[in-house]
Write a protein of this length. Structure first.
Length: 166
């Protein structure tokens, strides 16, 4: 049985609503109880929730650590890339998570790409050197209790100009 081909991220164009809806049915999110609640039209802000469900629980009944990390995984890279534009290469280079408290209820993570961050990355990459930048996100309950701290390191570089064949 051949599985259906899923659309690529780029094929969704610049429509944040389409990207958000796709992520909400994307199997790694759907089956983990991860819901993208908000993705702003300019890809500057996002809010993601992880619900405590039978498939998102670990052995002791709290939120599975892999799902806590997964809920934060694509957002910094996608949001920075969408805002820097096609002249830049942006990749996740490293990630780490610190588990602070057991997740016994729905948790959320929020992301915001600011003008200051984009200006900093553009300035640092202006001479075509690679830029490594850590970005942090707290995963919190509705009352603000921190369940996990996630750090993602982005690799950013200006694309090298293509040389026309002679």
């Amino acid at each position: 049985m051949k599985l259906p081909k899923l659309p690529s991220w780029k094929s969704m164009g610049g429509n944040a609503t389409v990207v958000r809806r796709f992520l909400n049915v994307w199997p790694p999110f759907l089956f983990s109880g991860i819901v993208v609640e908000q993705l702003s039209d300019d890809f500057r802000r996002a809010r993601v929730a992880l619900h405590l469900r039978p498939l998102s629980r670990n052995y002791v009944g709290t939120l599975f650590g892999g799902s806590l990390f997964s809920m934060t995984d694509p957002f910094w890279m996608v949001m920075v890339l969408r805002n820097l534009g096609d002249d830049y290469v942006v990749w996740d280079r490293a990630g780490e998570i610190e588990f602070v408290a057991p997740g016994r209820e729905t948790v959320r993570a929020s992301f915001e790409v600011t003008d200051d961050l984009l200006d900093e990355l553009r300035t640092a990459a202006a001479d075509n050197s690679k830029v490594l930048r850590w970005l942090e996100t707290d995963v919190v309950t509705d009352d603000g209790t921190v369940v996990a701290r996630v750090r993602k390191q982005l690799y950013v570089r200006r694309k090298k100009p293509r040389v026309a064949p002679a």
